[in-house]
Design a protein around this ligand. Structure first.
Ligand SMILES: [Fe+2]
Length: 352
């Protein structure tokens, strides 16, 4: 090879080297350009990462806030539910109160009506009470008048009664004068009869009737001749039949007097006996007035214990023995028992 050719070959190689160095420089530039671009891209990526992180933080904050809002909403919903429940309860309570109020108003209205009714009734009662008060005053006035009139009538009655008893005593005295040997017999029989009647529970009026009957039971003896009444010794059959007529005669006289007691009937029956053996009608048991049954016992007691024209006094013991013998036969058993108790146990004695 020649030098020129070498030179040319050198020159071609230098050119090629320059071309290669130029190409390498361009590549370096391109690489630097790429590196710069990559750095830019990395910077941008870092900025994006930063921005993403910021967004993620903001999202987390938003989610936290949203969760808090959910909780707050739930709380509000629960409170609302509570309020609605309470409101419903209050509504029920209000309805109940309304019903109670209506009931109270209805009751109040009824009470008003009842009060009016009571007020009306009270007014009626007061009116009635006033009328009664007036009527009471009127009655009190009438009672005072009646009391005054009654007192006058009682006084008049007592005066009349006193006059009657005086008349009875006059008749008794006349009867006793007719038969002086038995003086005091009627009065003493009356005393014994009244003592027995009191033991039997007779009231005051009935005892007074018994006393009058005792005074007057033998008033019929006025028709019997005095010599027969006072005859000593025994009597003939005719004389005895005359004596027996005093019962009927006494009845006939006494029946015309309007006594408040059956005096005539008692006088008629005072010689009747329980077994029918008496006179004048031969009555038996309960057919004889109780007053006549008492007088029969009292008459026997008094007669046997007193003196008589035809005999001496037999004494009270004999008289009691006599009625005891006749107990439930001729004399009433209860009357005899009372009489025996009076004399034997109670120490009773015939007044002088
Ligand atoms: Fe008699």
């Amino acid at each position: 090879m020649h030098a020129a050719e070498l030179v040319v070959a050198n020159r071609a190689l230098a050119f090629e080297n320059a071309e290669k160095e130029k190409r390498a420089a361009e590549l370096l530039i391109a690489n630097a350009e790429l590196a710069f671009q990559n750095a830019e891209k990395e910077k941008r990526a870092a900025e994006l990462v930063l921005a993403n992180t910021e967004l993620a933080f903001q999202n987390a904050e938003k989610e936290k806030r949203a969760a808090e809002l959910v909780i707050a909403n739930r709380e509000l919903a629960f409170q609302n539910a509570e309020k609605e429940k309470r409101a419903a309860e209050l509504a029920v309570a209000n309805k109940e109160l309304i019903v109670q109020n209506e009931e109270k108003e209805r009751r109040a209205a009824e009470l008003v009506v009842a009060n009016k009714e009571l007020a009306y009734q009270n007014a009626e009662k007061e009116k009635r009470a006033a009328e009664l008060a007036i009527a009471n005053i009127e009655l009190a006035f009438q009672n005072a008048e009646k009391g005054k009139r009654t007192a006058e009538l009682v006084a008049a009655n007592e005066a009349l009664h006193g006059a009657l008893m005086n008349t009875v005593r006059v008749a008794m005295i006349l009867s006793e004068l007719r038969d002086p040997y038995t003086a005091g017999h009627e009065r003493r029989v009356a005393e014994v009869a009244v003592a027995i009647g009191a033991e039997l529970g007779f009231d005051k009026s009935r005892l007074e009737g018994l006393r009058v009957a005792g005074y007057l039971h033998d008033v019929g003896k006025m028709i019997i001749p005095a010599e027969i009444l006072s005859k000593p010794g025994g009597l003939s059959a005719i004389e005895y039949s005359l004596i027996k007529q005093h019962a009927q005669a006494g009845h006939d006289v006494l029946k015309v007097v309007d006594f408040p007691w059956p005096i005539a009937g008692i006088a008629l029956q005072h010689h009747e006996r329980m077994d029918g053996s008496g006179y004048p009608q031969g009555l038996k048991g309960d057919g004889i007035l109780i007053e006549a049954r008492i007088l029969a016992v009292a008459d026997t007691i008094e007669a046997m214990s007193s003196h008589r024209p035809y005999r001496a006094a037999l004494g009270i013991a004999a008289a009691l023995a006599e009625i005891e013998r006749g107990r439930a036969i001729t004399y009433d058993a209860t009357v005899v028992d009372v009489c025996l108790q009076l004399f034997r146990e109670n120490g009773y004695r015939i007044p002088e």
